[in-house]
Design a protein around this ligand. Structure first.
Ligand code: ADP
Length: 551
């Protein structure tokens, strides 16, 4: 740090910023107290004993008074360090003249030097410190050495030097304090600048991304937002008082969300959520928005507010809806002629002796393929229809599992697989019987499809008081770890089977997951490529309240 910087910073600590107001503050804090105290001291001395000082004492007093006035009136702030130092030296010189005139009477007047000395040591760096030490010795020695009466006694000299050294030490202490203060101030202002810069960078980055971001303090005031979030707030018609919007709807697009169910209220209660779907905006021009929120908590546990991120996914939801509408439309269009084909095939089977005509095999193939096509279309309809209903009733679970195993046994045997099962004794659960049978059938069908000849498939069904666990294990081709979570997505087929000879549409497991979740349960897979897969379904014995399986 340069000397000039130290001087400048120290001046700033006295309130002298390069403005007229700063200048007056400095004069009031440093020069005025000296002028007033000198006036009071001289006035008191002269009132007490008019002969204590000569008329000449008025000169130094007048100089101090004029300098003080000039400092108030003349704009010297541009050269603050030199003017201030010169003023303090003028004060010291005036004090020396007064002390000479007092000629050893009332030596305590010398204590007035403390004001200019502290100012010099505090404000003007090492030059100020040197000037204040020299001044201390001048105040101690000059008046004493030119005193009218006799030469100074040695002890008197010692006494004067001791007081000069003591006041010099005060000056050194003040100088050290000024340096420390200046450095602390510098560090603080550097930190403030760094924080400001960081803030600017963050705000610019947030403005540049197309996701909405915001931070709402716990007192519900908005600390910052970006334009995408402001757009969301505008579209939601958010009331600045309650921070709740009047145009915010749930996932069904029609049920308006009450203020307490809206994201800001929830987040300010300290809840956090990921990718919650809200529909916002006027009916007919609604946008779908995924909102995530996190409480922002200081290290000592105080909740500072909540951070929000929103993403407009209208285009994506429109595309998904279009795909589903298309699927539903196509499936319906295919099902009608196919139903008629299957019906007429049955009529032909009943009315014609296909064996005699030599077309029995061909007719069987047509019928089998038509039935398979019908099943595929059923799958497509199932995944396309969001409102598929499930009707849970008490049912014999073990019996359903036995029937499902029986239905697939022939297929497993003709594929050269050993199919075993371990079923617990008969028990009841409240489930949609047909859908549950579909879950077992899809899992067993997959196990048979994806296990090479000579392999094993095993179904295990178990239960306790609250839930049942069904697992289907095989020692087939297995699924790579990164693909395991994806096999439950619609239309997803693993890399190893895509384009291969084993047919499939990638819908079976997504249907399984939907049915299982509809019953309030969970499905998962553990697998290793080449070692096989185990799919496990855990279902409550009766679906929890609110699950789709309950009417
Ligand atoms: P698909 O009609 O293709 O069988 P699914 O939704 O039933 O559709 O399964 C999705 C994908 O998961 C399958 O294409 C396959 O790659 C993989 N998969 C499912 N079950 C198994 C299994 N038992 N062993 C290995 N891979 C499997």
């Amino acid at each position: 740090m340069t000397r000039r910087a130290v001087l400048g910073d120290a001046l700033r600590t006295l309130g002298t910023r390069s403005t007229p107001a700063g200048r007056r503050t400095m004069v009031t804090r440093s020069q005025l107290p000296f002028a007033v105290l000198l006036t009071v001291a001289l006035g008191t001395i002269l009132l007490t004993d008019a002969a204590a000082a000569s008329v000449l004492v008025a000169i130094p007093w007048a100089v101090v008074a004029v300098v003080t006035g000039v400092l108030y009136l003349v704009p010297w702030e541009a050269r603050a360090e030199y003017t201030g130092l010169a003023t303090s030296l003028v004060d010291i010189a005036a004090l020396v003249v007064v002390l000479v005139d007092l000629d050893g009477r009332v030596p305590e007047v010398a204590l007035l030097q403390l004001i200019p000395i502290v100012v010099m040591a505090y404000c003007f760096g090492i030059a100020g410190l040197a000037a204040s030490i020299l001044s201390t010795f001048a105040v101690a020695l000059v008046p004493a050495s030119i005193r009218a009466d006799a030469a100074l006694a040695p002890l008197e000299v010692v006494g004067l030097l001791v007081s000069a050294v003591a006041i010099s030490l005060v000056a050194v202490g003040v100088y050290g304090a000024a340096i420390l203060l200046t450095r602390a101030q510098k560090r603080l202002s550097d930190a403030v600048v760094a924080a400001d810069d960081q803030n600017t960078v963050i705000l610019t980055v947030l403005e540049a991304i197309d996701a909405g971001t915001a931070f709402v303090r716990s007192d519900r005031s908005l600390a910052f937002t970006n334009s995408a979030f402001r757009e969301l707030v505008e579209r939601s018609r958010v009331d600045p008082e309650t921070l709740a919007g009047t145009r915010v709807f749930g996932a069904d697009r029609t049920t308006p969300l009450g203020p307490e169910d809206q994201m800001i209220a929830q987040a300010l209660r300290g809840e956090y959520f990921d990718s919650r779907l809200h529909w916002v905006g006027e009916p007919g021009a609604q946008h779908s928005v995924l909102v995530s929120a996190r409480p922002v908590v200081r290290a000592d546990g105080v909740l500072l507010g909540s951070a929000f991120v929103s993403k407009d996914v209208t285009e994506l939801t429109d595309a998904i809806r279009a795909r589903e509408d298309f699927l539903a439309g196509v499936s319906h269009e295919l099902r009608t002629p196919l139903t008629s084909i299957i019906g007429y095939l049955e009529v032909i089977q009943d009315s014609v002796d296909a064996g005699t005509l030599g077309v029995q095999r061909e007719l069987d193939i047509v019928q089998r393929n038509a039935t398979q096509l019908m099943m595929r279309i059923g799958d497509l309809l199932h995944v396309a229809d969001e409102t598929v209903t499930m009707r849970a009733r008490p049912a014999e679970v073990t019996r359903i599992a036995e029937q499902a195993v029986g239905a697939i046994r022939i297929r497993a045997e003709s594929a050269g697989l050993e199919l075993t099962c371990a079923l617990c004794p008969s028990f009841e659960a409240t489930i949609d019987q047909n859908r549950f049978a579909q879950v077992i059938d899809n899992l067993l069908t997959n196990a048979v499809k994806y296990t090479p000849r000579g392999g094993h498939v095993r179904l295990v069904l178990d239960n306790d008081d609250e839930r049942m666990t069904l697992s289907v294990a095989d020692d087939g081709i297995g699924i790579a770890e990164d693909e395991q979570p994806r096999v439950f997505e619609r239309f997803y087929r693993t890399e190893s089977v895509r384009g291969g000879a084993i047919g499939g549409a990638g819908l079976g497991l997504s249907i399984v997951r939907r049915i299982v979740q509809g019953h309030g349960g969970e499905v998962g897979v553990v697998s290793a490529p080449g070692a096989g897969s185990t799919f496990t379904v855990v279902l409550p014995l009766s679906p929890p309240p609110g699950s789709p399986a309950l009417p």
